[in-house]
Design a binder for this molecule. Sequence first.
Ligand code: ADP
Ligand code: MG
Length: 344
Amino acid sequence: MLHGPCEFRIYGGGMDLREIGEFGLINQIRKWITSSDPALIQGIGDDVAVIEMGSKVLLVTTDILIEDIHFDRSWTDPNPLGSKALAVNLSDIAAMGGIPKYFLISIGLPKNLPLSFVSSFYRGLKKEAKRFRVELIGGDTSLSQKIVINICLLGEGRKRDLLFRKGARVGDDLFVSGTLGDAALGLKILQEKKKIKGAEGLIKKHLSPCPRVEMGQAIAKHHWATAMIDVSDGLLIDTSHLLQEGGVGVQVWEDRIPLSRLYQKWIHSFSKDPFQFALSGGEDYELLFTAPTEMRKRISSLSRSLKIPITCIGEILPKKEGLHIIRKDGKDYSPSRLGFEHFK
Ligand code: ADP
Ligand code: MG
């Protein structure tokens, strides 16, 4: 509940959130709130929090979707929105190689919202829950001017099978699943209100992402990888998280970045740089992981059995090398802006 006017205080002066950005803020929060609980294997700083519970570990993750920030009601049907709200959380558990189990959902809704919108949203949610065998166990409901959706997903795993953002080693390959940039290009098409025949697949990637739960579990269970994250904010930002947590650098070969046929067909209508959306666009919900070179054969056979591409796009280097991209002509550069960040 908000405090009454007599308790209202103005916090003025100093830095504002624009200056530190979303990730600077999370780093601050990480310093403000520290934990010495021995059962806490992973607190703030990874895709999922990990808590030791007897012989297993409890996995907990949460994500928020806010109207006009994460979605626009004019182009978002409630049914796929329900599926997506759960999918973005499932993707975080996938990135640890965990098994998703139960979730709670809190919703803030405007009072003039048709009930049919909410029922259709819950049908989409139920479909996704059934597909990934997770159960809704509760939530909270409030009035809100805009639609706000927050899911908290619980999962389980075995400590020795989990993969964290930290763990990449110099000489490891950097792999990514699927193709990149499709969701961001789909969003761009929606924002520009362009009706492009044949580009529906890109829009679908934005509206209905598919979390790589089975793939994440297989990679973790077989101990093929050293570190893993899901690509939610964009390839460059999420790679930089792997580097920061692992204390390593990387080189990424631009021409190896997997691009879909649709992406390659339409990118030129929206950007001069054919890799812009693949490098900096968010919401692909693919898996990005590092693995020793001797795992290449096993990873390509997993890719074949799941019928999902897994591509080696780079090599892990010592920390001092930072993040650099090698272009087709052999020239390399370090990107100055990594991608979208809230508040910036
Ligand atoms: P993801 O993109 O995988 O959802 P985020 O970048 O949102 O991850 O979050 C990174 C880490 O920071 C996670 O451990 C998350 O739980 C934590 N985190 C994010 N926002 C907050 C917050 N407001 N307070 C505490 N922890 C936060
Ligand atoms: Mg994540």
